[in-house]
Design a protein around this ligand. Structure first.
Ligand code: ZN
Length: 123
């Protein structure tokens, strides 16, 4: 059930939803390419000034790749977990799913609170 939910939510996410989640984590608007969107490296930096556009979201694969440091690949949930962990906030996979739901516009309709939350709520 839990993993079906995880996949179900990921399948419902539009590119606009992905962008909402990335903005909530501190990225500016993405640079758009044919096969990918390029965001700022929220997973490796705190301040806007330090963030370069090196976090690629490959649309067909639904995977992020960060070209800073270890060049890790993540799905949206892994990215949320790593980004919050970088800021000293450990979240479970379940919490990262909740974060994605709360910071996008997807409608679930089974009781998960979809009111807007930002990363500040974890502090
Ligand atoms: Zn990164």
């Amino acid at each position: 059930m839990f993993y079906e939910l995880k996949e179900d939510i990921r399948n419902k996410l539009t590119l606009a939803d992905i962008t909402e989640v990335l903005k909530s984590l501190g990225s500016g608007p993405p640079k758009e390419r044919n096969d990918c969107l390029i965001y700022q490296t929220v997973c490796h930096h705190y301040k806007e000034d330090d963030m370069s556009y090196k976090l690629y979201y490959y649309i067909d694969d639904e995977l992020f790749k960060c070209y800073t440091g270890q060049q890790k690949s993540y799905d949206i949930y892994g990215l949320v977990q790593d980004t919050l962990q970088y800021r000293g906030i450990n979240v479970s996979l379940e919490q990262s799913i909740e974060y994605v739901v709360n910071n996008s516009n997807i409608e679930l309709g089974f009781g998960i609170d979809t009111s807007a939350k930002s990363v500040d709520d974890f502090n």
